[in-house]
Design a protein. Structure first.
Length: 117
């Protein structure tokens, strides 16, 4: 088998297959993510840095490490910005709804003013 990455967490077959019973387990999303998470935590505990852990997760070659870390950071920032944008849209919807409720109740009060006098 050639040097390939397997599953949703792209676990390298050559370096990590010995930690699985078979290739089907490597492909299983739950087992794949569970192993990758444990491996990443192990790297963090070793290097005491998330940047280093993320870099070593991909490779021990400095050039590949740097490129991979940059890619992860770009994706992370992009996802964070998307989430913030969606949160702002949701807050805007809530504010608009609240404004409509306020206007509705103001109008109701105005309509009922003669009865309050």
């Amino acid at each position: 088998i050639r040097n390939i990455d397997i599953g949703c967490m792209q676990i390298n077959y050559i370096y990590h297959s010995k930690n699985f019973r078979n290739i089907e387990d490597m492909i299983d999303p739950h087992l794949n993510v569970e192993y990758a998470g444990k491996f990443l935590i192990k790297l963090f505990n070793k290097y005491k840095s998330w940047n280093k852990a993320i870099s070593y997760y991909h490779s021990s070659d400095p050039k590949r490490m740097r490129k991979y870390l940059e890619k992860v950071k770009r994706n992370w920032d992009s996802e964070r910005q998307r989430r913030e944008f969606n949160n702002q849209k949701e807050l805007s919807k809530i504010n608009n709804l609240n404004q409509k409720k306020i206007l509705f109740f103001r109008q109701k009060l105005e309509d009922e003013k003669p009865y309050l006098m």
